[in-house]
Design a protein around this ligand. Structure first.
Ligand SMILES: [Zn+2]
Length: 248
């Protein structure tokens, strides 16, 4: 795949002042409001650069978040072990983009100037790891087939907690029964429009064509993990599934 994203060594330059035009396979636009957590404040955090804060939050996410731990296990199980230094890059991004998956370099870009707190980092890493998981398990034509991109965006919005009730309440969209599905559809369309120069009609059509099958594809969670407790159960089940198959 063509792409402007070049290979990155461990740790970008402090502050990450250079903005790189990456061709992201998938992307997440900023939510309008924060669901939980607080912006980094206080004397200590004011001494840290955006890049250092990003690295610290990433480390905590990788070590403690159940969605992320499950995805990392699943990636490893599929032969795509993830390495913090190799596969993540904290960078400044233009606009209000929070992160993206750069398929050409197999890196997850974390937008250090736009990720505001730990909860936000958790969701961005989860969302982008779902794209990385899809990239690992299937031959995804990110740049030539908008339906492939649409499918992965539906899965990322559905499974990452982007549309969890608390996030939606903070966006002041109170839920009805089918609200989760509506949120997933809307966010998938927005994500496509953020990274592809296509019309809204084309994005909507692509999402609608793949929605049913991709919304019902819950791998590797086995369910929609509506909150961290569900994600912990899903992780436990995945580990047991792994153990079961390895004993056959
Ligand atoms: Zn995305």
């Amino acid at each position: 795949m063509a792409g402007a994203g070049d290979e990155r060594g461990p740790g970008p330059a402090a502050g990450g002042q250079q903005q790189r035009q990456r061709r992201l396979g998938a992307c997440q636009v900023c939510p309008e409001q924060l669901a939980e957590g607080r912006p980094q404040q206080g004397l200590f955090s004011s001494f840290l650069s955006h890049n250092q804060k990003c690295q610290l939050m990433l480390l905590k996410t990788l070590e403690t978040n159940p969605y992320v731990k499950l995805l990392l296990d699943a990636m490893k199980h599929s032969g795509c072990a993830v390495n913090k230094e190799r596969h993540f890059s904290c960078e400044d991004c233009s606009g209000n983009v929070s992160g993206g998956f750069d398929a050409s370099s197999c890196q997850i870009v974390l937008c250090q100037n736009n990720i505001r707190n730990q909860a936000h980092m958790n969701r961005v890493v989860t969302h982008e790891l779902i794209h990385a998981f899809d990239h690992c398990r299937a031959h995804v034509n990110w740049f030539t087939n908008v339906r492939h991109l649409a499918c992965s965006e539906v899965r990322a919005a559905n499974l990452s907690g982007d549309c969890s009730l608390v996030n939606e309440i903070f966006r002041l969209h109170f839920g009805l029964k089918r609200h989760h599905q509506t949120c997933v559809r809307d966010r998938a369309i927005l994500s496509i429009l953020a990274v592809r120069n296509v019309s809204k009609e084309i994005a909507e059509k692509a999402v609608d064509e793949v929605f049913e099958s991709c919304f019902n594809d819950h791998e590797p969670f086995g369910r929609i993990p509506h909150n961290q407790t569900y994600a912990r159960y899903a992780h436990r089940d995945f580990q047991n599934r792994d153990r079961y198959y390895s004993n056959i």
